[in-house]
Design a protein. Structure first.
Length: 748
């Protein structure tokens, strides 16, 4: 076997390729050319010209064209592209990665191949410039479906702009992803000479003449400028469906001599056109990235663009370009006039732009980033699908835990995807559970482990998918779902420890049977406290497969919130009591509200803030009103995690009057921030807090003790400081590194 045969292969799928030139084609060529010594590249594309060979060996790799040489070949690629790639797959041995280079016809064959080869990683690079509306409703809704489908199959996503990466997340993608802009041949564009320029006051736009690029607005702006600058000219480089309309518009506005259409230009000739220009302008209505803006900056031409899509990654208004309003020819004319008149501003934009291009748009750096992504995907230890009910920006323990796993396990060479119930919550109740089960099955095909974050709502479908697919099934249990539902919906009054000893109505017992079934079928179970291990063993689960892994916190987030630095939540001199959690009966917020009049007698400037939402909200609002505490007690609703941390950092005391707590992220974060804590001795709390050392522990709903301990903290700064220092020290034992290390051991 020769040396080349031992190299990993990258199978690239793109609707078009050379000699047809665009951002996608240039990106494939530039990356493949730089990585050809490390990977063998096979480029599958449409033929679209009968003169082109079906197989062409190029410097960067082997190009395999599908079709008969006409404009319908992209449909042949859609239908038969997988077969051409399959034939090449049969010839090769060794590692292979699929690389989908656009959201178009080229994505379909790669998507189909992942069904046949679920263990072959798929990297999806989204290059798309037509905006959200077309994704949502284009082609009678099929684009929406196709986009969601390719995202469920992708193991890693790269996007040419932050806008496009966020679009992927909006459509449900939760996994490894990064912004990798298309690059520019900096030397080619920066060395174009301006000495041979024919005339000043030349404006240029480069790109396809299609409605989204708004060349009509630019022509109207030139007509406006012609009133003040008689020798102004516009060079339009590119071709497209709107060319005839644009030529007619130029004639109607009397701009026949001022507007020049150059048609489609070879990529190598673009620097020459840019070298003749004073300003580059494109007032896009939508834009995935806008590589023409970067090329203009590389050529030393100041740019004007609209603040939409990927242009936001390129233009910093007044620094690397100027923003103009969408579809506003007068505003565009004014901005062009400013750049032509203010040479200092133009030079500033050129200098800043060139520096930015060198730092962020170098093909060498971009290719190296792709090499690292391909290498990571080809050397994964195990692929893990995390099934969770919630994920950030939703707030809660499972959301925080799942985000930490996603961020940290990839550093340990795990491939991680997350399926959140939030992505399908828009469906009716029964349908949403069916949809979640189907997505778990579909995304679980290329996983080694399916890791569910609760034993019922996501645990049951995850268990079924793991059983059908014969995958390892890992389960995390942070509470007793049957008890929680019983308290919220079916009149259960007992605390958890008593609940475990009794029987209740059939709905509660059904939930109990489901969670016990799912737990029994799990290969391993993770719980966040010794207390919860005891609870799960009472379900009849053998303790030998239950592992205690304490939760951790994102300490890098907490460093941004020094104590009292965010103190704008209370007036000067006020003492801030903070509590947080889902507004459910076992959290005991009603008792906390009821003791506030007594606390206010001792500390008149006390203020209570309760962060959260839930079924008890209306009852709590009524209690606040009845006790006339509207000025002293605030219910904030659910807040972003960052805002919760700001409140914690500003608090004089954090209070959690809870009947049950498996292991509280909030208590741990409050400890790490050095906030004195008053909580109950329920659940896993004693594993975090030793009474009188890191805080106070009381019995659930013991109002007298609750009031007394809060007042002790508020009135005794020496005690509060002691709790703060001890809590910070104790919190260091619950590091993210320790949690990930123990989790990795269980996974492998």
């Amino acid at each position: 076997m020769n040396e080349n045969a031992r190299k990993p292969a990258v199978f690239v799928f793109s609707t078009s390729y050379h000699p047809f030139i665009g951002g996608v084609e240039v990106a494939i060529e530039q990356v493949a050319e730089r990585l050809k010594n490390r990977f063998d590249f096979f480029i599958f594309t449409s033929r679209m010209d009968g003169k082109l060979p079906t197989r062409e060996k190029r410097s960067e790799g082997l190009v395999i064209r599908i079709g008969f040489g006409n404009r319908f070949d992209k449909f042949w690629l859609l239908i038969f592209g997988w077969f051409a790639a399959w034939r090449e797959l049969k010839k090769r041995r060794g590692k292979i990665v699929f690389w989908v280079m656009d959201f178009s016809f080229g994505a379909a064959p790669a998507g189909f191949l992942t069904i046949l080869y679920p263990k072959t990683p798929l990297v999806f690079t989204i290059q798309y410039g037509y905006g959200d509306e077309r994704v949502a409703r284009g082609r009678l809704g099929f684009m929406n479906l196709a986009f969601r489908l390719i995202l469920t199959q992708a193991d890693y996503v790269t996007a040419i702009s932050s806008y496009l990466l966020n679009l992927c997340k909006h459509y449900g993608y939760i996994g490894g992803g990064v912004v990798l802009h298309n690059g520019v041949d900096i030397e080619k564009f920066s060395t174009a000479q301006k000495e041979n320029r024919k005339k000043p006051n030349t404006i240029i736009t480069v790109g396809r003449l299609v409605p989204k690029n708004s060349v009509d607005i630019l022509i109207k702006a030139i007509a406006e400028l012609k009133k003040y600058i008689s020798d102004i000219t516009l060079h339009i480089v590119g071709d497209g469906s709107e060319r005839q309309n644009l030529e007619e518009l130029s004639h109607e506005l009397g701009l026949d001599g001022a507007v020049k259409f150059f048609g489609e230009a070879a990529y190598d000739d673009v620097p020459k056109y840019l070298a003749e220009a004073d300003v580059f302008a494109r007032t896009s209505r939508s834009e995935g990235m806008g590589n023409a803006f970067v090329e203009a900056l590389a050529a030393g031409v100041p740019i004007i663009g609209t603040p939409i899509g990927g242009i936001l990654d390129i233009i910093k208004d007044g620094e690397t370009g100027l923003f103009v309003k969408v579809s506003d020819s007068r505003d565009l004319a004014e901005k062009i006039k400013i750049l032509l008149a203010d040479q200092a501003l133009a030079r500033k934009i050129i200098e800043n732009g060139r520096k930015m291009v060198e730092e962020r748009f170098s093909w060498d750096k971009i290719a190296q980033n792709y090499a690292e992504i391909f290498g990571h995907e080809l050397n994964i230890k195990k692929r893990v699908l995390i099934a969770t009910g919630i994920f950030p920006p939703e707030v809660g323990g499972p959301a925080t835990y799942s985000k930490i796993l996603l961020d940290e396990l990839s550093k340990e060479n795990f491939g991680v995807r997350v399926l959140s119930f939030g992505n399908i919550r828009r469906f009716p109740k029964i349908l949403r559970h069916i949809a979640y089960g189907l997505k778990t099955f579909w995304m679980g095909r290329n996983s080694d482990v399916i890791f569910a974050q609760d034993p019922v709502s996501v645990g049951f479908p995850a268990m079924l998918a793991a059983k059908i697919l014969r995958k390892k099934f890992l389960l995390k249990i942070v509470g007793d779902y049957a008890w929680e539902q019983g308290v919220q919906r079916f009149g259960v009054k007992k605390v958890l420890d008593d609940f475990l000893k009794n029987r209740y109505r059939w709905e509660v017992e059904l939930f109990r049977k489901i969670e016990c079934l799912v737990a029994n079928r799990a290969d391993k179970i993770i719980v966040p406290s010794e207390y919860l291990k005891g609870v799960v063993t009472k379900w009849g689960i053998g303790p030998e497969k239950i592992y205690v892994v304490y939760n951790a916190f994102q300490d890098n987030e907490l460093f941004r919130f020094p104590r009292f630095a965010q103190g704008g939540f209370a007036k000067p001199g006020q003492r801030l009591i903070v509590s947080a959690g889902r507004l459910v009966p076992w959290k005991g917020f009603d008792a906390l509200i009821e003791i506030m009049p007594e606390i206010l007698k001792e500390v008149p400037d006390a203020r209570l803030v309760i962060i959260g939402d839930g079924p008890e909200k209306q009852n709590l609002e009524s209690r606040i009103k009845n006790l006339e505490l509207e000025e002293e007690v605030t219910l904030t609703d659910t807040l972003p995690h960052e805002k919760v941390l700001e409140y914690l950092a500003a608090a004089d005391v954090f209070v959690l009057n809870t009947a049950y707590e498996g292991f509280s992220h909030l208590i741990l974060e409050a400890m790490a921030l050095g906030v004195p804590i008053v909580t109950t001795d329920s659940g896993g709390n004693p594993e975090l807090i030793e009474d009188g050392k890191e805080g106070f522990l009381i019995k659930f709903n013991d109002k007298e003790a609750l009031k007394s301990k809060i007042l002790d903290v508020l009135s005794n700064p020496i005690l509060a400081q002691k709790f703060s220092e001890n809590a910070k020290k104790k919190s260091s034992e619950f590091s993210k590194e320790r949690m990930i290390k123990e989790t990795v051991k269980i996974l492998i």
